[in-house]
Design a protein. Structure first.
Length: 339
């Protein structure tokens, strides 16, 4: 995870000793002591697809209640293993340099709101109980840190049936309209919108500081329902390549999809991938997927372990020395970037 920085060391050209002071000045004007060199490509000329950063997976998640853990262990211990992670409050994650967050939302029609949690009833402990609360925490942090690089927030619209658990309300056009209205109310003035991106031309990084990119991470019917009229939507979707709404792609297997991610990033798309999943890499201290994720050029690399996985007896971690770094595929030569 080396920063894509190439610092040009100044080369001093020795000037022969000349007795006449005026002659020295004239010679210096013709050939300066430090010759001009190609300047480092700093953030002033970089676009937001030229960077790379770390995100958290299921960013809101707290530990599952012990009672449900014990019940689930009797039925499926492997599932319990896959859920053995939890996160710091959102503002603390942002302080640590996380620049991509993920929220799972459940539609509650009679309350006109969305609960934030992982699995209905059994895994709903959250650092922010509702969508509005989560977004309010995020915008408060942003207002205190107004020059931050754009923050991605992806959303899963949770309405899947799980045997033995209550059935969530299905997402429909009314639900998505309500969701849009909440994000518009809290983040509206700070959004980079799908209609802003024409021919995959992304804003300059310095123009996008303090802003947000929202992504509905869904496929099939829910995705199609949402990107009908995408020009008026606040959220991007995982639209298929070539679709007029396509700009951000979700490809979560950086090993198996390595070439595809590199191709899409080089073509101008922005991509989210995952450095680890289901606690496997952290348990085994296996860094191969992490290495592939960064090398792929995916702009957002999500993890459950931006802090070391010490509870598994090792130091597995996915982090960067600073919140953003130069993208290995798209960043200009001599790139230097900081937040």
């Amino acid at each position: 995870m080396l920063l894509c920085q190439f610092i040009l060391a100044p080369v001093i050209i020795a000037t022969p000793l000349i007795d006449e002071h005026q002659a020295i000045l004239e010679e210096a004007e013709k050939e300066p002591l430090i010759p001009s060199q190609r300047p480092a490509f700093t953030s002033a000329g970089m676009h937001i697809n030229h960077i790379q950063f770390v995100g958290s997976h299921n960013s809101y998640k707290q530990a599952m209640p012990d009672g449900f853990v014990k019940q689930l262990m009797k039925v499926n211990p492997k599932v319990v293993e896959s859920l053995e992670y939890e996160h710091a409050p959102l503002a603390e994650q942002l302080d640590l340099g996380i620049r991509k967050l993920e929220l799972d939302v459940f539609y509650v029609a009679y309350e006109d709101q969305f609960l934030v949690g992982h699995v209905q009833q059994i895994d709903m402990n959250s650092n922010c109980a509702t969508l509005r609360i989560c977004l309010t925490q995020i915008i408060a942090w942003s207002q205190n840190n107004p020059t931050h690089a754009p923050i991605w927030i992806s959303f899963n619209a949770k309405d899947g049936y799980i045997l033995g658990l209550p059935s969530p309300e299905a997402f429909n056009p009314v639900a998505f309209a309500l969701m849009d209205s909440i994000v518009e109310e809290v983040l509206g003035e700070k959004l980079i919108r799908p209609r802003d991106i024409v021919d995959l031309q992304w804003p300059l990084l310095d123009e996008a500081r303090g802003k947000f990119i929202l992504i509905l991470d869904e496929g099939g019917e829910k995705r199609d329902m949402y990107y009908d009229g995408w020009q008026q939507r606040p959220m991007f979707t995982n639209a298929p390549e070539g679709h007029p709404a396509a700009a951000i792609m979700i490809l979560n297997d950086p090993v198996g999809q390595f070439d595809e991610i590199q191709r899409l990033v080089a073509a101008g798309y922005m991509v989210r991938t995952r450095a680890d999943a289901d606690t496997r890499e952290a348990r085994e201290n296996d860094t191969r997927r992490r290495a592939a994720a960064f090398a792929s050029g995916a702009q957002a690399v999500s993890t459950d372990y931006y802090l070391p996985a010490t509870h598994f007896g090792n130091e597995y971690q996915v982090s960067l020395p600073q919140p953003i770094q130069c993208n290995p595929i798209t960043a200009p030569a001599n790139c230097q970037v900081s937040e």
